[in-house]
Design a protein around this ligand. Structure first.
Ligand SMILES: NC(=O)c1ccc[n+]([C@@H]2O[C@H](COP(=O)([O-])OP(=O)(O)OC[C@H]3O[C@@H](n4cnc5c(N)ncnc54)[C@H](O)[C@@H]3O)[C@@H](O)[C@H]2O)c1
Length: 256
């Protein structure tokens, strides 16, 4: 895989999966531009990367980002529409409309804005690759995570439609559905769920892992590896797909 000279934008790239994606593309020669809302984290990234303080769900922020990106880069080869938040951990009757909207805004509207703004650049060059970060929550229902699951399913509908609209222009779109990724975000989810269910973090961890055929969590680098494959020559006819990287989820809600 050689991405020398390729222009790659990763939303929410200052940590977690987005950071691993940016790192993987940069390691293979790509020019990388990340966005994030965490000012402090943005200051610690590789100075060779471009970065912008931009909320993925803000039309104003994302429009300004794409104006700057077009001026500097002239186009975009790979979009990783990765921004997403876990949203509330609560039963449907306890989810406030405000929390629902915030979760859907970052996950789904963020993906929509990135795709909408990248499409004209990619169409003009008649090629490009869009990679959306969905989740196994976009393939199954997830009790206590209704806005997150709804938004991640919707991202797959968005991705499939974008793949159909842009395919004739040589543009591909796919979604990656990560399973539970080791790291601070899942630790927060585990802690909240342990509290709700009146059990321990370890019990919830084991429950999640035991819901997969491979009895495992995954790592951010595994998601990044799928992203680089999708953007590579080897993935040139892969489009419209939702690809799980999760050790094969069999049961998303093992009773713990
Ligand atoms: N971690 C997991 O287990 C897991 C599993 C499946 C899917 N995902 C998805 O992967 C993506 C990345 O998740 P992660 O685990 O790396 O997350 P994370 O919680 O580690 O956050 C990554 C970055 O997102 C930034 N961010 C938060 N809100 C933002 C916004 N509105 N605009 C721009 N940046 C914002 C944060 O500042 C942070 O730097 C998300 O879409 C998430 O839903 C994660």
């Amino acid at each position: 895989m050689d991405f020398k000279g390729k222009r790659v934008l990763v939303t929410a790239g200052a940590s977690g999966i987005g950071y691993a994606m940016a790192e993987a593309f940069a390691a293979k020669g790509a020019k990388v531009w990340i966005t994030d809302i965490d000012k402090v984290a943005l200051q610690t990234i590789d100075p060779q990367w471009r970065s912008s303080l931009a909320d993925a769900s803000s039309e104003a922020d994302m429009t300004a980002l794409f104006v700057e990106l077009k001026e500097e880069w002239g186009g975009l080869d790979v979009l990783c529409a990765n921004a997403g938040i876990a949203g509330p951990t609560a039963l449907i009757e306890d989810v406030t409309l405000e929390a629902w909207r915030h979760c859907v805004a970052v996950n789904l509207e963020g993906a929509f804005l990135a795709a909408k703004l990248a499409a004209p650049l990619m169409k003009a060059q008649r090629n490009g690759c869009m990679i959306f970060t969905s989740s196994t929550a976009g393939l199954f229902g997830y009790p206590n995570r209704s806005p997150y699951s709804a938004a991640k399913w919707a991202i797959i509908g968005l991705m499939k439609t974008v793949a159909m609209e842009l395919g004739p222009f040589g543009i591909r779109a796919n979604a990656i559905c990560p399973g539970s990724v080791e790291g601070p975000r899942m630790e927060r989810v585990l802690a909240k769920e342990a509290m709700i269910k009146g059990t321990t973090r370890d019990a919830i961890y084991k429950g999640y892992a035991s819901g997969t055929s491979m009895q495992t969590f995954v790592e951010a680098k595994d998601i990044a590896a799928m992203a680089t494959f999708l953007a590579s020559e080897g993935g040139r006819y892969v489009s419209g797909q939702a690809l799980a990287v999760d050790g094969h989820t069999e049961n998303p809600d093992p009773k713990v």
